[in-house]
Design a binder for this molecule. Structure first.
Ligand SMILES: C[S@@+](CC[C@H](N)C(=O)[O-])C[C@H]1O[C@@H](n2cnc3c(N)ncnc32)[C@H](O)[C@@H]1O
Length: 155
C-alpha cells in the first residue's frame, strides 16, 4: 500500500495521491519516506468512495491494485464489480486502472463498466517495467503468474 502510494506520488508530483486500505498492518509497512504529495488513509473503500462522491470529488486517476479476487461464484458480490458500491466508483470519473493476477476478474470488471456506462476501456496481459508498483505485483511476477491490466477513461 505504502509502496504504490509512494511510487505514484513520485511519478505524479503535480497531483495529490491518496492510498487507501482498511488494513492497518498493510499501511504500516515501511517502504521509505512518503513524498509530500502522498497520504495514507485507513478506511473501508465502500465508505470512502461514497463520501468522496457525496463531496463532489473528481479524481484524475484511480488505481485498484490487486484487489482480493474472491474466486468462488458465491462470492461475486464481494468482487468490486459485483458490489453495490460499484456504480459510485464509476461515477467518480477519471481514469480508472485495475491490476490483477486473475484474468476473469479483469474481464468481468471491464464488462461491468461497459454495461454501466458504455465505456469500453482496454485490457490485456502486461509485464511490469523496471520496477514493481506493489508488493503483490512483485509476488505474483516472481511466482511466474501472468499479470492483467485494464484501464478506462470514465470522463
Ligand atoms: C491482495 S491485497 C493487495 C494489496 C496491495 N494493493 C498490493 O497490491 O500489494 C488486497 C488488499 O485490499 C484491501 N481491502 C480489501 N477490501 C477492502 C476494502 N473494502 N476497503 C479497503 N481496503 C480493502 C486489503 O486490506 C488488502 O490489503
Amino acid at each position: 500500500m505504502g509502496l504504490s502510494t509512494r511510487r505514484l506520488a513520485l511519478a505524479h508530483p503535480d497531483h495529490a495521491v491518496i492510498g487507501v486500505d482498511r488494513s492497518e498492518q498493510r499501511l504500516s509497512r515501511d517502504h521509505g519516506a512518503l513524498p509530500g504529495n502522498a497520504l495514507l488513509v485507513r478506511a473501508d473503500l465502500v465508505d470512502f468512495w461514497r463520501l468522496a462522491h457525496e463531496a463532489g470529488w473528481r479524481p484524475a486517476r484511480h488505481y485498484l491494485l490487486y484487489p482480493n479476487p474472491y474466486p468462488k461464484s458465491a462470492q461475486l458480490k464481494k468482487r468490486w464489480h459485483g458490489h453495490p458500491v460499484f456504480p459510485t466508483l464509476v461515477a467518480l470519473g477519471g481514469r480508472l486502472e485495475l491490476r490483477s493476477n486473475w484474468a476473469i476478474y479483469v474481464e468481468e470488471f471491464a464488462l461491468a463498466v461497459e454495461a454501466l456506462c458504455d465505456r469500453r476501456g482496454e485490457w490485456g496481459a502486461f509485464q511490469p517495467e523496471e520496477t514493481f508498483l506493489t508488493p503483490f505485483e512483485r509476488k505474483y511476477t516472481e511466482s511466474g503468474q501472468t499479470l492483467w491490466r485494464y484501464a478506462v477513461d470514465l470522463d
